[in-house]
Design a protein around this ligand. Structure first.
Ligand code: AP5
Length: 215
């Protein structure tokens, strides 16, 4: 099964993708994570992407589509893909069709996380991750069971993203409205879009997604 999780920054794409991985053994393909790894490693792609990401703008279509193709090539044919943060433009959506067809895959579901943008700034500016295993947390909505200790790996170091400040978040939202939201009608015409209330509690969002993937 191949799924796109679509929604503005902070809608919960990464959170729900991690849960699908745990439940179904699928693979999360997050272009944001891939780009952050490239920035950290100082690769040519990372050097190009760093300033663009810090401004909250979109990295070039060719770069992200190449990253997705490489990731898919490294996966077993039977492993399902969750596209998290990709595609984000009409050009990327067209590329994804070609990338999947060339590998004998096709899209099963586009799951749109519908959210209230005003609440997203609080979500994003409050989030952090375990520096060791990457598990996500939030100051208010998802704290470690034992304060300061990761539930998953017992790590004690946590980090926040440099683009998770209010000004950059506003730019990321504007980019979503202008360039990403317009890809939805194309998928709607193919009858593969399902809409989920992303403002519900995390477990309720997960349950709604489970009902969609069980179809
Ligand atoms: P990327 O990393 O993809 O960021 P994003 O799309 O802005 O999405 P986020 O990771 O911010 O949010 P999310 O929806 O995953 O929310 P999360 O689950 O963490 O991209 C970063 C940058 O990379 C872009 O700006 C761009 O520059 C570049 N880039 C990436 N892909 C690109 C592409 N394809 N093309 C071009 N450029 C690209 O949830 C947020 C918080 O809310 C968490 O703390 C979570 O615990 C909490 N939360 C989640 N769900 C709920 C809930 N139901 N209730 C309460 N709290 C919740």
């Amino acid at each position: 099964m191949n799924i796109i999780l679509l929604g503005p920054p902070g809608a919960g794409k990464g959170t729900q993708a991690q849960r699908l991985v745990e439940r179904h053994g699928m693979r999360q393909l997050s272009t944001g994570d891939m780009l952050r790894a490239a920035v950290k490693a100082g690769t040519p792609v990372g050097l190009q992407a760093k300033a663009v990401m810090e401004r909250g703008e979109l990295v070039s279509d060719d770069i992200v589509s190449a990253l997705i193709g490489e990731e898919l090539d490294g996966m077993g044919a039977g492993v399902g893909a969750i596209f998290d943060g990709y595609p984000r433009t009409e050009a990327q959506a067209a590329s994804l069709d070609g990338i999947l067809a060339a590998r004998g895959r096709s899209l099963d579901h586009v799951i749109e996380l519908a959210v209230d943008e005003d609440a997203l700034v609080e979500r994003i500016t409050g989030r952090y991750t375990c520096a060791t295993c990457g598990k996500g947390y939030h100051d208010k909505f998802e704290q470690p069971k034992l304060p300061g200790v990761c539930d998953k790996c017992n790590g004690t170091e946590f980090k926040r993203r440099p683009d998770d400040n209010e000004e950059t978040v506003r730019t990321r939202m504007a980019e979503y409205r202008a360039k990403t939201a317009p890809i939805l009608p194309g998928y709607e015409a193919r009858g593969i879009v399902a809409r989920v209330n992303g403002m519900a509690e995390m477990d309720h969002v997960t349950a709604a997604i489970e009902r969609i993937v069980a179809k």
